[in-house]
Write a protein that binds this ligand. Sequence first.
Ligand code: PMP
Length: 284
Amino acid sequence: MSRIAYVDGAYGPLSAAHVSVEDRGFQFGDAVYEVWAVRGGELLDAEGHFTRLRRSLGELRIAEPMGERALRIVLAETVRRNRVKDGIVYLQVSRGAARRDHAFPDPPVRPTIVVTARAADPRAAAARREKGVAVISAPDIRWGRCDIKTVNLLPNILAKEDAKQKGAFEVWLVNADGLVTEGSASNAWIVDASGRLRTAPKTMNILHGITRDALIRLAEERQIAVDERPFTLEEAYAAREAFLSSASNAALPIVAIDGRTIGEGRPGPLARTLSDAYFGASSD
Ligand code: PMP
């Protein structure tokens, strides 16, 4: 079965889907995106992702391409047409196509909207969670507005490729102050040497992960305190546990950082508790 994409009002085969070469997403990376996990055919944490999308669009002053109700229908229809039970649905919105000029088109043009969906293998994901993954570290060379979910991901993809070459699943980015900001496509967490659950605060230097928010809620419901305080790489090496969070990976235990074993070298109890809670909570 050919995959189906939604582009600017029409569904069609992904292989034939296209946007203009003058699209500002292509020309300048002048575009935002959003990713929802799909479980049992339903969007997870749907509202949080819609809220973040509105914020990203607002920060870039790109008009909302359609209302939330209409967008929900398009996302659901793209999921349905691609027969995705478990997987992800992607949305990209660019400022639109216009004669190349750095300044915004005046008058504004219609934003370009693209939606695609693809299935994931839940057994592979479960196996990864069971075993845990390795990460490496790299300097965080990104811009000052990492809180906006833009398609400008060059530093992220270069770092991720480096991780892949080194056999690691993810890369943790370390800023000029020696603090771990987040991963290339996930938020970073540790249970530090004194047992505190830590993750960097929501500044402009990280993406405000929707899964991160969900895990904080689930931790607090279980009387587990969350310390939204950044940690150094040294603190991460010495941590009892480490894990990452994202819509596509939920809470994924980390068992090695830069080749150093974390804790016992297997998924830790708190990561497991939060991962189980997340799957329990979000399968309702
Ligand atoms: N940070 C970055 C840089 C990301 O790309 C992502 C996921 N796309 C996240 C964090 C996690 O965000 P979420 O939990 O909303 O998927």
